[in-house]
Write a protein that binds this ligand. Structure first.
Ligand code: ZN
Length: 171
C-alpha cells in the first residue's frame, strides 16, 4: 500500500489495522477521488454533499435560463418572470410576479429533478404564508411535465391570492 499524505495536516500517514491512518490528526484516511487527497471519512462525506449541492445549483440555473423565455411568452400583461435563488447554495427557480403594487406575493417554478417534474410554490408575504401546489386530494405536491403546465398553475395560484386579497379589502 502506498503511504497516503494526510490532506488535513500534510504529513505522511501510516497504516493501522490495514487501513490508511493519520497519526497526527488521529483520523482514518480515505481517498477523495476528484481531488486525489486523503481525507477523513467525515470530510469525504461533506465534500460529496458539497459537490452534489454544486451540481444541483448548476443544473437548476441552466434549466431556468433555458425555460425562462417560454414562461415570458405566457405571462399576462404587466407580469414579470426572473431567475431566483433564495439563498446561497439553494437551487434556482423561476420567480413570477404580478404587476407592481397588485400583491406582495411571488410564485416560484422549481425545475425538475431526477425523480420529479416541475414543482410550483407560492409565497404570500402579505399573509406570511408559503405553500406548494397540490394534486387533487392534497396528498402530494403536484409535479408538472412541462414548464408551460407549471407556469399555468403558478399564474392560477397567484391570481387566486390576488382575488383573496381583493375580497378581504372589500369586506
Ligand atoms: Zn493529518
Amino acid at each position: 500500500m502506498t503511504r497516503p499524505v494526510c490532506g488535513t495536516c500534510a504529513t505522511p500517514g501510516s497504516v493501522r489495522d490495514g487501513r490508511p491512518w493519520c497519526g497526527t490528526c488521529r483520523i482514518w484516511l480515505v481517498l477523495h477521488g476528484p481531488t486525489g487527497q486523503w481525507v477523513s471519512y467525515a470530510e469525504h462525506t461533506s465534500r460529496d454533499r458539497a459537490a452534489e449541492t454544486a451540481r444541483l445549483i448548476t443544473a437548476t440555473a441552466r434549466q431556468v435560463t433555458e425555460h425562462l423565455p417560454r414562461v415570458h411568452r405566457m405571462l399576462p400583461k404587466g407580469w414579470t418572470a426572473r431567475p431566483h435563488q433564495g439563498i446561497d447554495d439553494a437551487p434556482y427557480a423561476i420567480a413570477i410576479d404580478a404587476p407592481d403594487g397588485v400583491i406582495d406575493a411571488t410564485t416560484y417554478l422549481h425545475p425538475p429533478t431526477d425523480t420529479s417534474g416541475w414543482h410550483v410554490t407560492v409565497h404570500n408575504r402579505v399573509t406570511g404564508v408559503g405553500f406548494p401546489s397540490y394534486t387533487d386530494g392534497g396528498a402530494r405536491a403536484a409535479s408538472f411535465d412541462t414548464v408551460e403546465a407549471a407556469a399555468t398553475d403558478g399564474i392560477r395560484l397567484l391570481c387566486g391570492e390576488i382575488h383573496d386579497l381583493a375580497s378581504r379589502r372589500a369586506r
